[in-house]
Design a protein around this ligand. Structure first.
Ligand code: 5AD
Ligand code: FES
Length: 347
């Protein structure tokens, strides 16, 4: 297994052979162990707006979804979530939202600046979609360290089947490369099992990750949301999602890879299985209990009824039970392998 050729990658993208998949997962665990040991890092997720100007066919927050009750958290509410998180021990806050025009460059700068001032030792991650390079630069200046923006699919034809014509893969990629140039630790990623996806598309996703070299990679199964055009489509496969986690780990061994909520949603042990396939990050929810149910990207999302402290306790136990070690430190991408093979410490 050297995973260099397209043919071999394609083979592992589709194989259902239990011995082959276990060998793949064992290799992925070894790669992650080499860079991060047994540690699993925590990120506190603050879902601060479910307004979105986009109309992605798969996503429950799409603007055409009139069934969803919309909300925005105020600066004070965001600071309360972060305060609770800090008290619980979190050192990374992920501010995630739809592409909400209310949160102008100035407003986002104000939020990031307030968090930066109050929590100078914490990492601040933004996940608010496509913005201008100038805005990304302003957020970075205000103190943001990381940015999550999944590419969703690296095939332009497939991208066009999942998004309206107003959105393009080209712009998504431009944003990702801009973020890198601005010195963010960048996260990308994709869904597994979206309508019309082929194994070749997933191969392109892996090849794109290799060219971008992101610091974080988020992968989760597609899960239909009943109030979207894809509401009746089939859900993505857990087994294939896990194989994509493992392959991403092997191609980008130093990456931070979350065991995603979507995986936990389609199987009670989905997140544990992801850890055993090479993931090393969890992102429990710090959002106020009252708004959690409203951040309905897909149906049956887990952890929408739990308090922040419950999720922390639950995840800690889950991590320990599969033999890993919960780590509440910032968990920056620790090491980068240079072409020479030397390891470089970041930040
Ligand atoms: N199923 C699974 N994941 C989804 N996302 C959005 N809608 C869905 C869905 N129906 C993912 C996208 C997005 C992330 C925040 O959530 O990949 O980038
Ligand atoms: Fe939220 Fe388990 S992580 S209840």
């Amino acid at each position: 297994m050297n995973l260099r050729s397209d043919d071999e990658l394609l083979h592992y993208i589709v194989t259902e052979d239990p011995r082959e998949t276990e060998a793949l997962f064992a290799r992925a665990r070894a790669a992650r162990e080499k860079y991060y040991g047994a540690d699993v890092y925590f990120r506190g997720l603050i879902e601060f707006t479910n307004y979105c100007k986009n109309d992605c066919y798969y996503c429950g927050l799409r603007r055409s979804n009139t069934k969803i009750e919309r909300y925005r958290l105020s600066l004070e509410q965001i600071l309360m979530c972060a305060g609770l998180g800090a008290m619980l021990g979190y050192r990374t806050f992920v501010l995630q939202g739809g592409e909400d025009p209310y949160f102008t460059r100035e407003r986002v700068v104000e939020i990031v600046g307030a968090l930066r001032e109050k929590y100078p030792e914490c990492a601040i991650t933004l996940s608010i979609g496509e913005r201008s390079r100038k805005s990304y630069a302003a957020f970075r200046e205000a103190g943001a360290n990381r940015y999550l923006l999944r590419h969703e699919t690296a095939n332009a034809g497939h991208y066009a089947k999942l998004h309206p014509a107003s959105m393009s893969l080209g712009n998504r990629k431009r944003c990702l490369f801009n973020l890198k140039k601005l010195g963010y630790q960048v996260g990308s990623g994709f869904m597994v099992g979206t309508p019309f996806q082929t194994p070749e598309n997933l191969l392109e996703d892996l090849r794109f990750l290799q060219s971008l070299e992101p610091d974080m990679v988020g992968i989760g199964p597609f899960i239909p949301q009943s109030d979207t055009p894809f509401g009746e489509e089939a859900q993505g496969s857990m087994a294939q999602s896990l194989r994509m986690v493992a392959l991403s780990r092997l191609l980008l061994p130093a990456a931070l890879i979350p065991a995603t909520t979507a995986l936990g949603t389609i199987h009670p042990q989905g997140r544990e299985k992801a850890l055993l396939a090479g993931a090393n990050v969890v992102m429990p929810n710090l959002s106020p209990k009252a708004t959690r149910k409203l951040y309905a990207l897909y149906d049956n999302k887990i952890c929408t009824g739990d308090e922040a402290a419950e999720c922390l306790g639950c995840m800690t136990g889950r991590i320990r039970r599969v033999g890993f070690v919960p780590n509440m430190c910032r968990g920056d991408v620790a090491l980068k392998r240079l072409q020479s093979g030397r390891l470089l410490r970041m930040e």
